[in-house]
Design a protein around this ligand. Structure first.
Ligand SMILES: [Zn+2]
Ligand SMILES: [Zn+2]
Length: 218
């Protein structure tokens, strides 16, 4: 391991990770809340029309675009209002994990990978609820619920993929072909020379292809 990365990791673990923190609990919280929200939405959806079902691929693309600009924007460019986002991503996540050292050492390092639990609640109120409400007012309850369910499926999928990229190479999940190829793209993004210009999609690189920022290492 590079000396700088090791030093940063040790400092982060002593100053930023409280003794009460549990990576397993963090993972369980993210999973159970997302599944509860998804399950609730699905439970109340009744006989959706094909037009309502079309909301799924369209919102998937919309969230993929939001992921691209959220990462390219505030996560990598300091903005006064979103300074915490920049600090957590560029100054911490990218120091903790570089293209030379992608893997976490224990479940306690999940703190540096998964979004803080409060963000699920933030996403719920700041993103899913207002847009779902618009769908409800101008379209139907089904449309609102399908949109909200898609947001939380995407969120959970994003968290699982990002976690998978930072698991040890020997882990069976790291050996899955889909994870291997997506991880390569994220590993390239963790190269300090490329992090501000390449591979901003963390899940599926749809908008990296569209905007020409996809970079595949040979
Ligand atoms: Zn990462
Ligand atoms: Zn980044």
């Amino acid at each position: 391991m590079q000396k700088d990365t090791e030093q940063f990791r040790n400092e982060y673990r002593t100053t930023e990770v409280s003794k009460n923190y549990s990576g397993k609990l963090h993972f369980a919280f993210t999973t159970s809340w997302c599944l509860a929200l998804i399950g609730t939405c699905i439970y109340f959806i009744h006989q959706p029309t094909w037009k309502e079902i079309l909301i799924i691929p369209i919102s998937f693309l919309y969230i993929n675009l939001a992921e691209y600009f959220g990462h390219k924007g505030p996560m990598h460019n300091r903005k006064k209002m979103l300074d915490k986002v920049f600090k957590r991503h560029t100054l911490q996540h990218h120091q903790f994990f570089t293209n030379q050292q992608m893997q976490c050492d224990s479940v306690q390092d999940f703190k540096m990978i998964l979004f803080p639990p409060v963000l699920i609640i933030f996403f719920f109120f700041a993103f899913a609820v207002p847009v779902s409400f618009v769908f409800y007012i101008f379209w139907s309850m089904n449309a609102a619920l399908i949109f909200a369910a898609t947001v939380f499926v995407y969120y959970l999928n994003y968290e699982y993929l990002h976690l998978a990229y930072h698991l040890p190479d020997e882990h069976f999940i790291s050996k899955l072909p889909i994870i291997k190829s997506l991880k390569k793209l994220h590993q390239t993004h963790h190269n300090p020379q490329l992090m501000n210009s390449k591979n901003f999609n963390i899940s599926y690189p749809i908008f990296d292809v569209i905007f020409g920022t996809l970079h595949k290492e040979k």
